[in-house]
Design a protein around this ligand. Structure first.
Ligand SMILES: Nc1ncnc2c1ncn2[C@@H]1O[C@H](COP(=O)(O)OP(=O)(O)OP(=O)(O)O)[C@@H](O)[C@H]1O
Length: 258
């Protein structure tokens, strides 16, 4: 069993009168695909937002590769190696697919703004390298043929792939996907599953929030279930889908038999 890459301990978060997270602890092992599911309003996105730095936590801590994460400071968390996609696709619509990925890459550049303005040889080399890497990432997610298309002109499924390519451009060690299959048709969902399996095959650790229970149960190594901000289960899919608390809170009998 591999060591945890990410360990959250006792994370609590309140919004006014709503306790969105109640002492949630979980650990994600290096190289696994970890699913986070639960009914609407269970706290999945809040937890995601804490992990990726958008929210600070009222209580608790998260360790990433043994180091405490600076919760509430998204750019530092990205720099430490956690990248995310959003429930509502957030691409730079007017830019090409290639440019969207190149923007993601900028977090890892060294020559800085001045080098770019002065067009120093080092900055030019870095830019050429960035472009080559962006093409490689587009190829990896299967949309390099669309590199020069404006992001908004891509199909929904391809926009999701582009978001993943942009997140990968930051060279993450943990890729957090917030409902990547939302709004996808069956073919697109099958393609997404194949892409996540390829990522796992290449050693990426993936955290997946998803409403498509079939996708989660078929794909994830382990699954945690949130309900009213509390973690009510965490195990391999076969155990989680038979857990009476999970069935009562979320899955219902139908999904338990899926
Ligand atoms: N920024 C916020 N301000 C106020 N309340 C919030 C905020 N974010 C989340 N909440 C509340 O916290 C609770 C948990 O919401 P959250 O979005 O984390 O759940 P979720 O499991 O992701 O739901 P969904 O599946 O619908 O996306 C909800 O009651 C929600 O209204």
């Amino acid at each position: 069993m591999s060591a945890p890459l990410l360990e959250a301990r006792g994370i609590s978060k309140r919004f006014g009168g709503v306790q969105a997270l109640r002492e949630v602890s979980l650990s994600i092992r290096a190289g696994e695909v970890y699913g986070l599911i639960g009914p609407n309003g269970a706290g999945k996105t809040s937890f995601f937002n804490v992990l990726t730095g958008l929210y600070s936590a009222d209580q608790g801590e998260v360790r990433f590769d043994g180091q405490p994460l600076p919760l509430g400071v998204p750019h530092r968390i990205a720099g430490l190696g956690i990248a995310r996609t959003f429930q509502n696709i957030r691409l730079f619509g007017a830019m090409s697919a290639l440019e969207n990925v190149m923007v993601g890459r900028h977090i890892r550049l060294h020559t800085g703004v001045l080098g770019a303005i002065l067009r120093t040889p080092a900055a030019r080399r870095e830019e050429a390298d960035t472009e080559a890497r962006a093409h490689a990432l587009l190829r990896y997610v299967g949309i390099d043929r669309l590199a020069n298309q404006q992001a908004t002109h891509l199909s929904y499924g391809d926009q999701r792939r582009l978001e993943i390519a942009r997140a990968l451009a930051t060279e993450p060690r943990l890729l957090a996907l917030d409902e990547p299959a939302a709004g996808m048709n069956a073919t697109e969902t099958a393609g997404l599953r194949a892409l996540i399996e390829k990522l796992r095959g290449d050693g990426m650790t993936v955290l997946l929030i998803e409403h498509d229970v079939k996708l989660v149960m078929g794909l994830c190594d382990r699954v945690a279930v949130l309900d009213y901000g509390e973690k009510i289960a965490e195990d391999v899919p076969d155990v989680v889908r038979r857990d009476p608390r999970v069935i009562a809170a979320y899955l219902g009998r139908e999904a338990a038999d899926a």
